[in-house]
Design a binder for this molecule. Structure first.
Ligand code: 5AD
Ligand code: SF4
Length: 476
């Protein structure tokens, strides 16, 4: 198959942080609007909530082209993989799914297979895709979702592999169509990209420069969601606490929380936060705004000051603890969760012990824990590392034991108490059970088969607290 290479990824360009980023008003040319009529699509989504939100836009664009969502992904006319590059095992899963799709394409040669998201933004991944996965028709990145109709058109027209991966700062796409997965909970992007450059992380290269949406656009989107019956929004960004810094105004993330609280939305959550940028205004907004939920994901990565420095996290253990104390004081009973990496290059046992100490002192009610994964092109990839894989796995195991105890303790504090649950649907935890999330983001199952409760906030009395969830009874 011949290739149409419109642009290839380039890490040098991906590092650039110079230009103003444009805001692009979404529009679909008429010639693309009928391309998908009578055809089906499926989008596989991997990785963070940012990718989930992007997939909602991709689905919206495909449906505007006339495609309908297919029942079986392996028989659809267009299959897209929205990929994640954060760790090697995330990528390995995707290579595996590609293997399955190869068989499906043999059965159905007209199937159009596309790879998008973070993986194509890496030079090596795109090289491997081109060299080894010849059945992939379409490769595009995180910066050109709006080009999707054009790229599909070109792939159909030329029967060639179409590659367009734009590196650089990125842009802001406004007013693109979306097919939201839920009718009561919505992702709302408030900013894109990341300028933190933590030394282990690929995201600043794959997602571009930190760029905030205008506050008016965000507020208008949330107001519209309220009008459409949505109960909860999760504000999204790689570092939401840096919201507005790139716009050069004094309007900060805390101000945005106060303004969104006035829209009438019942619940506001946000992710992800960077501890250095979490400020007092945000903490006060959490205390004062009824709609901002008493729960925060505050990735710490390590409890050791030397490792934090090598990670370029720009805060110390002591500074992090000060913010935790301020949060606990302002929002009594707040549930705090985190991300932790073990086995950063040359992390000693003593440094790892400092992380365990921090976990005990904060009293996390949950954590995503990872073994450090080397990402080509990042500064940490060049650091010497003499710690064995076995040692790293052992550290992860010891950390997880502590973290799991925190999950359980966090759930046990709600035993025999009433919690307010936004109902998501039927529970997989047994017949006649439904589930949703409490204000503190605790997954809660309760006995009911009343589907009309979906999307409503109900009161549940907790009767059992397990490590991963609560069980309770509906209050009358
Ligand atoms: N190795 C392991 N974990 C990583 N994360 C980011 N990059 C890496 C990496 N190279 C983790 C961090 C981050 C979360 C989203 O993924 O903990 O907060
Ligand atoms: Fe990666 Fe650090 Fe940015 Fe988070 S803040 S996305 S860990 S560079």
């Amino acid at each position: 198959m011949k290739n149409i290479k419109l642009a290839m990824p380039n890490f040098k360009e991906a590092r650039m942080r110079l230009k103003e980023v444009p805001t692009i008003e979404y529009e679909m040319k008429d010639e693309y609007k009928k391309l998908g009529i009578g055809k089906t699509y499926h989008v596989f989504t991997y990785g963070c909530q940012g990718n989930e939100a992007d997939s909602e836009v991709i689905s919206g664009i495909l449906e505007q082209m006339g495609y309908k969502r297919g029942d079986d992904p392996y028989t659809c006319d267009v299959v897209l993989l929205n990929t994640c590059a954060i760790r090697e095992n995330a990528e390995n899963r995707i290579w595996g799914v590609l293997g399955n799709l190869k068989g499906a394409k043999r059965e159905n040669p007209d199937m159009l297979i596309g790879i998008c998201g973070c993986m194509p933004q890496e030079e090596n991944a795109t090289k491997r895709l081109l060299e080894t996965y010849s059945f992939v028709d379409l490769i595009f990145g995180t910066h050109n979702i709006n080009s999707l109709p054009k790229l599909i058109y070109q792939a159909y027209l030329s029967k060639a592999k179409v590659v367009e991966v734009i590196s650089g700062e990125g842009s802001i796409l406004e007013h693109a169509p979306k097919i939201r997965e839920s009718h009561h909970k919505a992702w709302v992007n408030i900013m894109y990209g990341c300028d933190e450059f933590c030394t282990y992380c690929i995201v600043p290269y794959t997602r571009g420069k930190e760029r905030s949406r205008s506050k008016d656009e965000i507020i208008a989107e949330v107001k519209e969601l309220v009008l459409n019956g949505y109960k909860e929004v999760t504000l999204l960004g790689q570092n939401v606490n840096a919201y507005g810094k790139d716009l050069g105004s004094d309007y900060t993330f805390g101000d945005l929380l106060y303004d969104l609280d006035k829209t009438g939305i019942e619940r506001i959550r946000y992710t992800t936060s960077h501890p250095r940028d979490l400020d007092m205004k945000t903490i006060m907004a959490m205390a004062e705004c009824k709609s901002v939920m008493p729960q925060l994901h505050l990735p710490v990565q390590s409890g050791d000051n030397e490792i934090l420095k090598k990670m370029n996290r720009k805060y110390t253990y002591e500074e992090y603890m000060q913010k935790i104390e301020a949060l606990k004081k302002a929002v009594p009973g707040i549930s705090i969760t985190t991300d932790i990496i073990v086995g950063f290059p040359n992390e000693t046992e003593e440094q790892f012990q400092n992380t365990l100490k921090l976990v005990r002192n904060v009293g996390y009610e949950g954590a995503f824990t990872f073994i450090y994964s080397k990402r080509e092109g990042t500064p940490a990839a060049k650091m010497e590392d003499s710690i064995s894989d076995e040692e790293k796995r052992d550290r992860l195991h010891r950390l997880n034991e502590l973290v799991n105890a925190g999950y359980l303790k966090g759930n046990q504090r709600f035993l025999n108490k009433e919690v307010l649950v936004l109902v998501d649907g039927e529970s997989k935890n047994g017949e006649g059970m439904m589930c949703g999330y409490s204000e503190h983001l605790k997954l809660t199952h309760f006995k009911s088969n009343d589907l009309s409760l979906i999307g409503k906030i109900v009161k549940v009395r907790v009767t059992e607290a397990k490590t991963w969830f609560l069980i309770g009874e509906l209050c009358e």
